[in-house]
Design a protein around this ligand. Structure first.
Ligand SMILES: [Zn+2]
Ligand SMILES: [Zn+2]
Length: 159
């Protein structure tokens, strides 16, 4: 494990403590897999990695529960449109930072999180509330092309 990932796991532990929760070894193990991955992963991929690297007999339900927990602590995000999960490196502790924006490249799968400005996040939450709507998902998924893929789109193909 790199020092950077270790540091982020320690940080996650503190976030859980502040919320009166505990980052158990299973939860930490799943989070570590997402921190180590450069791409978002599906629950199935996480299960396979977890079985290879941690506990060979791990059950799907265990992974789903850990993912649900990590999501509730805003340590990871769920990309519903892709059925994948991605680790989060931004603070979501304050209500003003609850909503977040995820830019998804439909070409290469690249995912980038760009947190909404607090006033936008608050305005959107207030609008939902004004319509008596209770928010459950806090990820706004925007689909498009990343800078890299826009570039290769312009270049003629050499195939
Ligand atoms: Zn986030
Ligand atoms: Zn791309």
């Amino acid at each position: 494990m790199t020092a950077q990932i270790d540091e982020r796991l320690q940080q996650a532990k503190r976030v859980c403590q502040q919320n009166g929760q505990r980052l158990t070894p299973i939860r930490a193990g799943v989070l570590q897999l997402l921190l180590e991955s450069e791409q978002p992963l599906s629950a199935y991929e996480l299960l396979a990695h977890y079985q290879t690297k941690h506990v060979s007999g791990a059950q799907p339900m265990t992974i789903y529960r850990a993912l649900h927990f990590l999501q509730q602590q805003s340590l990871i995000h769920h990309l519903s449109s892709r059925r994948q999960y991605v680790a989060c490196d931004h603070p979501h502790t304050h209500a003003a930072h609850r909503l977040t924006q995820l830019l998804l490249c439909d070409e290469c799968g690249h995912t980038q999180e760009v947190p909404l400005e607090p006033h936008l996040s608050e305005a959107m939450q207030n609008h939902a509330q004004a319509h008596a709507f209770r928010l459950k998902q806090t990820e706004l998924e925007l689909h498009g092309l990343c800078a890299h893929c826009q570039q290769s789109e312009k270049e003629p193909s050499h195939v």
